[in-house]
Design a protein around this ligand. Structure first.
Ligand SMILES: Cc1ncc(COP(=O)(O)O)c(C=O)c1O
Length: 440
């Protein structure tokens, strides 16, 4: 028997052979994962409030997903859908067309990562409209490839040093009510930030040159920024009036994360194109663009595609995910979770000055930490300290936000009440610890 594998030995082995920029937030190396629990190579258990960044809505190693992958693996693992097609992506496309908002014919194309789905949505929008400009938002995150990095807002670490960026991307302020870019207050603002799109078409880019606007229904990496309902309704109406397509990037907010299958349902807005990834296939790399059939079908044969798009293992996993949502009524579970989490975070907000804002949709909830509630100074160090405290006490927690001061919750929706409460208790203890240290 060789020497035991430990977190330290793997860290050391990794440092010699893996690129430093390809970093991990923790140094626990996972040996096994079940439901909402992770177990590292040293046998330590963690409650997972990160879900592999919003990927594990149906829980780790769900038996149905595992069985679907195993069965498909025994049949075949790859033929390339572009060469010799097979059934699973066809069945999955039908399920996605039915699940994505919009009472009209739709079509789907599959890719492997979220960024690839966004890239394809932009290509399709450009092709169909024969226009080039894309409007994206401040605080947005759409990926790390050249085009999606360009669409992404935050400079460090995502963009710095990686230019030049892709052309014809224009950026508007978002409905970040807690830090309103127009210094207004909802609802007396009249959602001026959405009305601003009319001015944007005059001062920044003409609608005749604009293919699409792309928005996250709840900005994920940007800090779980959740606009008021009227925001997307107004944006969509202005887009329609100007023949500009509306792309919803549901990569983080979709697949039940907010208590509805897609977050746009909360706003009553039907996008022209929707990007889906993350929890779609419970960790198998799979993404999709789902959209109006006439837009999706506009592209010439082979204009979109890829070697692994519609990979059979990933599609089999995604079909199992869809079944699990139905059989276990996960949307209802998500709503219950959302209510429980919201009331607990609001209680935290009352108790701890450090919390400036609690926001989100359903269980996609976050708290923004500030050192001063009036000035709203981002408490980035406190967010880091809270994440570390939680890790040290057996909870995986993720920070996000333009200033890195937002704590977001992305636990599997199958988490038990007991485990949820245990995780929230660790956060509570962490807040007490940080508050007592800041007064020390
Ligand atoms: C809204 C959104 N879009 C796109 C992406 C990029 O997805 P991927 O990392 O799979 O390329 C992410 C990833 O966090 C995301 O949250």
């Amino acid at each position: 028997m060789g020497p035991a594998v430990t977190n330290a030995s793997l860290s050391e082995a990794r440092s010699g052979v893996m690129a430093k920029g390809f970093v991990s937030a923790t140094n626990c190396y996972i040996a096994k994962a079940r439901g909402a629990s992770l177990f590292d190579v040293e046998g330590r258990e963690f409650i997972d409030f990160g879900g592999g960044i919003g990927v594990m809505n149906v829980g780790h190693s769900h038996p149905k997903v595992v069985a679907a992958i195993q069965q498909q693996a025994e049949r075949f693992t790859h033929t390339c859908f572009m060469v010799t097609p097979y059934e699973v992506p066809v069945a999955l496309a039908a399920r996605l067309c039915a699940a994505v908002p919009g009472n009209f014919p739709k079509a789907v194309m599959f890719a492997n990562s979220g960024a690839e789905a966004v890239e394809n949505a932009v290509k399709i929008a450009r092709y169909q409209t024969q226009k080039q400009a894309i409007i994206a938002f401040e605080n947005s995150f759409h990926g790390r490839t050249l085009l999606t990095m360009t669409l992404t807002s935050k400079v460090k670490p995502y963009k710095f040093g990686f230019g030049p960026y892709a052309p014809e991307v224009y950026r508007m302020p978002f409905a970040y009510c807690y830090r309103c870019p127009f210094q207004l207050t909802y609802p007396t603002c009249g959602v001026a930030c959405a009305e601003a799109l009319n001015d944007f078409f005059i001062s920044q880019v003409a609608p005749e040159a604009t293919a699409a606007l792309i928005a996250e229904p709840v900005q994920g990496e940007g800090g779980f920024i959740t606009p008021p309902k009227a925001y997307f309704q107004k944006l969509k109406a202005i887009c329609e009036a100007n023949q500009v397509l509306f792309i919803a990037d549901e990569i983080q907010s979709g697949m039940g994360r907010t208590g509805t299958m897609f977050a746009m349902e909360h706003y009553g807005v039907v996008p022209d194109l929707t990007t889906v990834a993350k929890s779609l296939a419970a960790g198998m790399p799979l993404s999709a663009v789902v959209g109006r059939k006439e837009i999706m079908d506009a592209v010439h044969p082979s204009g979109i595609g890829g070697t692994y798009g519609g990979n059979p293992l990933a599609c089999a996993a995604a079909l199992a995910v869809m079944d699990v949502f139905k059989e276990e009524d996960l949307l209802a579970r998500a709503k219950t979770l959302g209510t429980r989490i919201q009331s607990r975070l609001q209680a935290f907000e009352e108790e701890f000055e450090l919390i400036g804002d609690v926001r989100g949709l359903g269980p996609m909830m976050a708290m923004e930490l500030v050192t001063d509630r009036v000035k709203k100074t981002p408490a980035t160090d406190a967010a880091k300290a809270l994440v570390k405290y939680c890790f040290d006490h057996g909870l995986i927690l993720l920070a996000c936000g333009t200033y890195g001061n937002v704590i977001r919750l992305l636990m599997p929706l199958v988490i038990s009440d007991a485990q949820l409460d245990q995780g929230l208790e660790i956060i509570y203890d962490g807040l007490v610890f940080i508050q007592s240290n800041s007064h020390a």
